[in-house]
Design a binder for this molecule. Sequence first.
Ligand code: PA5
Length: 455
Amino acid sequence: MALKFDFTHLLYSETIPNGIKPDEIEKNRARAEDAHHKIINDRKNDILGFYELPDFDTKKIHAFANDVREDFDCMVVLGIGGSALGNRALYTALKTEKNLDRKLYIADNVDPYMMKEILDQVELPRTLFNVITKSGTTAETMSTYLIVLNMLRDVFGPDYKKHVVVTTDAEKGFLRQLIVKEGYRDFVVPGNVGGRFSVLTDVGLVSSAFVGIDIDKLLEGAKAMRTRCENEDVMKNPAYLNALLHVLYMEKGMNISVMMPYSNPLYDMADWYRQLWAESLGKRYDVDGNEIFVGQTPVKALGTTDQHSQVQLYVEGPCDKVTTFLGLEKFTWDYEIPAIYPERDEVNYLGGQSLSTLLNVERQATEIALTDAGRPNCTILFPTLDEHHLGEFIFMYEVQTVFAGKLLNIDPLDQPGVEAGKIATYAMMGKKGFDERRKEIERFMKSKIEKGRIL
Ligand code: PA5
């Protein structure tokens, strides 16, 4: 059974008065067709490499996973953004479902506490470090790599190389040069696949195969979704339809997109989505250079936990959110709630029911509460929690994001807004070539104190 997309409450109804009306969709048909043709064109020009990933050859990854199985049972990914979020999302989704006994840690920050927690937990002789960076220069990844390298050299002497795997561009970047110099085992981030679209490349597949995730089933799921997402009729293509409806809501000023999984294993998928939607669509300029300041802020929430934290705001606060529930139909693991106090109405209704029933009822109850309050929402239903449906989900959201970008006439593949922060970091950390910027920043910092702006 395929992943289901229930968009009922994104459409206009008596309860959703600002919902999208059929004639609004009709009016946007030509716009959607144009976006579709732009995607076809980009695929022809080899710009949207992620579309071809369902056909990815996984032989090298399998050979690697077999090769290291005996010696290693723990992997630490050193990466950030698109070089980390998908790895974590897949592992979180499946580690309990599949009883994965190999450990995966994701070091996607330069927080010393995070680093200590990870390094304290791993058994170094049984640990592989997978350094993932497309550009091969990202400050966060390079700094954790240098720390780990130093530590591995101290502990293992010349054998340190066995503990390092590198995933980077096939030709470019400092790290590619290191692979040659150090003789590390290596994998590739394809040049035509952007960082946040790269989970179905070596970036996400190597760590997944290592821990025991069936990466071929993941790609099969992506392939099945690709077929659905190649339909040019917006009403029959789940990714196109969801993109169009979200864009139309954005144009009504609903600039927050909440993703709310009712399942802890899917929570990190919402984090993966957060980067994809934010970095791809948050843009100042359209492709013609007009200043448009567009984007929809993605927020993640967890059901039922955040019913007791966020839902009050979603139901009664400003009507500026479009919520997507992620639901799971069939649970492999479950608990029956025992009927311990049959004489007490306060808890008796729970007795004999399963936890998963309660979880799903609460998801539907929140859907009803939002709908009754006129708040647009939709649901993505996973029939089961497995590689196939995760592959479908990932592929659908990648297409949805690019299609939304085309509808908005922006480039969903770039991220110029991230650059300013990177340059300031280089300057303050003393990187060669950034002296002028460093002096400006120092002057600014001094002026904050002089003007008494820090209490
Ligand atoms: O989507 C992107 O391109 C970014 O989020 C990158 O994934 C992130 O900045 C990490 O870059 P790199 O893989 O070059 O270290």
